[in-house]
Design a protein around this ligand. Structure first.
Ligand SMILES: NC(=O)c1ccc[n+]([C@@H]2O[C@H](COP(=O)([O-])OP(=O)(O)OC[C@H]3O[C@@H](n4cnc5c(N)ncnc54)[C@H](OP(=O)(O)O)[C@@H]3O)[C@@H](O)[C@H]2O)c1
Length: 295
């Protein structure tokens, strides 16, 4: 195993997850790039990861994980710990988007996006934490979004899921600080990954007939997002920086990419208000990061 640490990434069949897997492995990490449907639809993606590992002699492994399935998540993490002996970093990257009028998304769709984008992270975090508690160290990174701070018209459910992911991250961050386990969010702007090919629209199309001009929102927003020419490698590079920042010195959230500078302003204000909240409850000391290891 490579000696810089063991990283597990979810949703590594494409986009940021796929790029981060190769990049972190090239930078000396043992990487378990996890994908769902490893022997079916994503078999070519898994083979591409294995081929990269062979060609460049990387400590990079493809592993099956569907973040919506308890057994799949627990089985995968058990296997990683069995093979690597530890998990230093978990990158919760798996996720997908919806675009369209909120009312057109039925309850099944609403449950599905929360099950992946929010509960998927809660599942994987709960699966790795027993090992991280044993280690007395670890780093949990959630790939949230600028849309975890600002609401994009026609992307209401996606934004709601990312807002929830941000809250989950802060919650874990406070509670795990004393255990020496760090928890942060990454908030990318729009990047031309496969996300826009996979984006889903509302199943209950009939609901749209009650709307007028608002029906245009999804087209306008979709076209603007798809026009992004930003480099998706910004995210793997940010991940490496975060991983290599000493524990205890990491920020709660990292904005990556151009656009919406207000996201950074919101992050700064939120940090200030959260400080006030923990102080007002008298738990500022209790929620401060404490390393279990001597530097
Ligand atoms: N691209 C952007 O503009 C942007 C901006 C902000 C945040 N983000 C976030 O970045 C993350 C990665 O997205 P991306 O842009 O790289 O898009 P992507 O190329 O579509 O990657 C998403 C990954 O998540 C996986 N996934 C979805 N549901 C899953 C499940 N139930 N179990 C396991 N894996 C699952 C996908 O696997 P399948 O191939 O099997 O579907 C795919 O590997 C997402 O959380 C997204 O919300 C993206």
């Amino acid at each position: 195993m490579a000696d810089k640490g063991v990283v597990v990434i979810t949703g590594a069949s494409s986009g940021f997850g796929r790029l981060a897997a190769g990049f972190l492995a090239r930078n000396g990490y043992t990487v378990f790039a996890t994908l769902r449907d490893l022997t079916g639809r994503n078999a070519p993606a898994a083979e591409a990861l294995r081929e990269l590992a062979r060609k460049e002699s990387l400590d990079l492994h493809a592993a099956e994980m569907d973040v919506t399935e308890d057994d799949s998540v627990e089985g995968c993490i058990r296997d990683v710990v069995g093979r690597a002996g530890r998990v230093d970093v978990l990158v919760n990257n798996a996720g997908f988007g919806y675009i369209g009028l909120l009312e057109s998304f039925d309850l099944e769709q609403a449950r599905r996006i929360f099950d992946t984008n929010v509960l998927g992270a809660h599942r994987t975090i709960r699966a790795v934490l027993p090992q991280m508690h044993r280690q007395g160290a670890g780093l949990l990174i959630q790939i949230s979004s600028g849309a975890g701070r600002v609401v994009i018209p026609s992307m209401g459910l996606y934004c709601a899921s990312k807002f929830a992911l941000e809250a989950l991250t802060d919650g874990y961050r406070y509670e795990l600080a004393d255990a020496g386990i760090d928890c942060v969010c990454v908030q990318p702007g729009a990047y031309p990954t496969e996300i826009f090919e996979k984006i889903e629209t509302g199943a209950d199309v009939a609901r749209e007939s009650a709307y007028g001009a608002s029906r245009e929102l999804a087209n306008v927003i979709g076209n603007a997002l798809k026009a992004s020419t930003a480099d998706p490698m910004d995210v793997p590079r940010a991940l490496l920086d975060i991983i290599e920042t000493p524990a205890g010195r990491r920020a709660p959230r990292y904005r990556v990419g151009r656009g919406a500078p207000g996201v950074e302003a919101l992050n700064a204000l939120s940090a200030e208000v959260q400080e006030q909240i923990v102080s007002a409850f008298g738990v500022a000391e209790l929620t401060k990061f404490r390393s279990r290891h001597r530097p």
